[in-house]
Every structure is written in structure tokens, then in C-alpha cells.
Design a binder for this molecule. Structure first.
Ligand code: FE
Length: 250
């Protein structure tokens, strides 16, 4: 299983733990940020992959040095194995306050439940051993309580489901136009309305982003493709904007 270094300097590393899903599971990426020997694991995933992800993570970081588990939202491909991670590492979990009580249904043990910390709607910054990471709002992209994580050191925006592609055979988007068919259907059907894309695009343009790393599929690297994605999604009718066609034809 591949571990891909997306960014590296003397004290900071961003590692993609590439897709361990199989069979009927939606393919998913896990991401690890390490700063001065302490780590944050993003969207750790479900039961069938946790031991693989754990052993991959252990190659780069002692599990005892994992400080945070970031959950962009409540979907099972993100939080299903939360209990495993709370049992096997000392990390605190970070998730929207909207989903705290729902996570309990994935079987999070009472002993560790207090380690789940809730993120307020406006987001917050998180200190990872001196690196200030920004949790920023991504509500309704697609979940009602949804966040992304911006790392100002690597200039990577971890975008969760936004920008996700399924079934592409490449890791990096080289040709944005050729990539559109792999993202269009998802971004039209899972997201609620173009207004949220417009709000997000306005916020994203204020950040200095070199890389957009979604939880599924290929990564957008370099300012040109980052901006192509922002421009494209900002004008994409979706969800409610196109529901009349579906209800009307029933
Ligand atoms: Fe999701």
C-alpha cells in the first residue's frame, strides 16, 4: 500500500495513506499530518481498513504521538472505526457538534467518549505541536455539519468530500477538463445548492492553497488546477437547483 509524501520540510510532513478500501466500499484516502513528531489523522475510515491504516501510520509515527483524529463529517467511511482509534491511540477526536451523539451509535466506548471534542460552526484553529492548523466551515458540502482542514505550512486544503472523484486511475489531476466527468455527477447530486459552492469559493479564494486533497480520488496540485476547480464548482447547479427535473418527471 502506497504512502505518498505530499509535502515535507525539516519539521513537517503531509502523508497520503492511499486507499485501502476494497469490494463494494467507496474508495477513500486517509491523510496524516506530522509536525515536530506529533500527528493528526484525517478521516480515518471504517472497520475493514483500520488495521491497515494503523500499520501504515505506525511506519511514520508512533501511535502514541497521534494527538488528533479529525472527522470532516459523520459518514461511515470516516467515523465507523472511531472506537478503534480511541482505544489504540491517545488522540482526541474533532467533529461538528451536530454529530456528537450520532457517533455513539458506531460503538464508541463510554470510557473514551469524552475524548471527542466538538467544533463550533465557525470552525477553530488547532495547535499541532506549534503548527496552527485551521478548521474551516464546509457545511452542506455535503453534510449539515461539515468541516475542512487547511494546513498553512504545506498550503494543503483537506477538502473532505468536496472535489471527490471515484474510479480514476491517477493520483494527481493533470488535465482538469478531462477530469470533469469523474466529479460532475457527485457534485451535482450530493450537494444541496449552488449557493453553498459560491460561499465556499469566496472563502477558499482568501486562502493560499497549493493543493486540494479530497477524501476520495485524485488530488489537485498547483495553483492553476486549484483555481480551475474553485471556478468550476462555483458555477455548478446542484441538488435543489436541479430537483425540479426529477420530481417533475416522476
Ligand atoms: Fe460523505
Amino acid at each position: 500500500m502506497a504512502q505518498v509524501v505530499l509535502f515535507e520540510n525539516e519539521e513537517h510532513r503531509n502523508i497520503l495513506l492511499e486507499d485501502h478500501s476494497e469490494g463494494e466500499m467507496v474508495p477513500a484516502n486517509q491523510h496524516l499530518i506530522i509536525h515536530k513528531g506529533k500527528g493528526m489523522l484525517l478521516d480515518p475510515g471504517g472497520h475493514k481498513i483500520h488495521s491497515q491504516v494503523y500499520s501504515d501510520l505506525s511506519a511514520s509515527l508512533s501511535p502514541n504521538d497521534l494527538k488528533y483524529l479529525f472527522f470532516s463529517h459523520q459518514d461511515p467511511d470516516i467515523v465507523a472505526a472511531a472506537n478503534f482509534w480511541f482505544m489504540m491511540t491517545p488522540a482526541d477526536g474533532l467533529i461538528s457538534e451536530l454529530w456528537l451523539r450520532f457517533i455513539a451509535h458506531f460503538g464508541v466506548d463510554r470510557m473514551v467518549f469524552h475524548r471527542i471534542k466538538t467544533i463550533p460552526d465557525r470552525g477553530q484553529s488547532v495547535d499541532l505541536e506549534g503548527a496552527e492548523l485551521s478548521i474551516i466551515p464546509a457545511h452542506f458540502l455535503h453534510s449539515a455539519g461539515n468541516f475542512q482542514l487547511y494546513d498553512p505550512v504545506s498550503k494543503i486544503l483537506y477538502s473532505g468530500d468536496l472535489g471527490a472523484s471515484i474510479g480514476v486511475g491517477y493520483r494527481i489531476v493533470e488535465d482538469f477538463d478531462a477530469h470533469i466527468p469523474a466529479i460532475e455527477g457527485f457534485h451535482q447530486r450530493y450537494m444541496p445548492t449552488v449557493k453553498v459552492y459560491q460561499l465556499w469559493a469566496k472563502m477558499a479564494r482568501k486562502l493560499d492553497i497549493e493543493t486540494i486533497a479530497p477524501q476520495h480520488g485524485a488530488i489537485y496540485q498547483g495553483k492553476e488546477n486549484v483555481n480551475r476547480f474553485i471556478d468550476w464548482v462555483e458555477n455548478l447547479p446542484c441538488g435543489l437547483d436541479i430537483m425540479e427535473d426529477i420530481y417533475g418527471s416522476a
